[in-house]
Design a protein around this ligand. Structure first.
Ligand code: AMP
Length: 115
């Protein structure tokens, strides 16, 4: 997707602070962090939202959670805990139309976070 900001990050056309990358997944620091650790984990394949997932994506989505597990350990938030959020659609507060998982941690989280 040419005008997708996350696709541009994947292609390194715009800078980001990458914390993890493999052939299918990339994770980078959110530009406006709401917690001390705020990482976005995304598939490199352009999937617009959670509603656009297909059966063929099941393995990829499973892998995303394994990557989140790795990053949480790497960032030192595994022991105390963290939160993973996926916003979907307008009411869900999804601003960027490329499926992404917010990994939030580094402080005690309240009920209301990310919107
Ligand atoms: P959402 O509201 O779930 O669509 O979240 C989109 C997130 O992407 C927000 O938390 C933004 O701060 C973040 N974001 C937007 N542009 C960038 C960027 N260039 N680099 C890193 N994070 C970004």
């Amino acid at each position: 997707m040419e005008d997708c900001i996350f696709c541009k990050i994947i292609k390194k056309e715009i800078p980001s602070k990458i914390v993890y990358e493999d052939e299918e997944i990339i994770a980078f620091r959110d530009i406006k962090p709401v917690t001390p650790v705020h990482v976005l984990v995304i598939p490199k394949k352009h999937i617009e939202s959670l509603l656009d997932l297909k059966e063929e994506d099941e393995k990829l989505i499973g892998k995303i959670y394994t990557v989140i597990n790795k990053i949480a350990r790497q960032e030192g938030i595994a022991e105390k805990g963290f939160r993973v959020i996926v916003n979907c659609g307008e009411d869900g507060g999804q601003e960027v139309k490329h499926l992404h998982y917010h990994l939030l941690g580094g402080r005690k989280l309240g009920i209301k976070i990310c919107g």
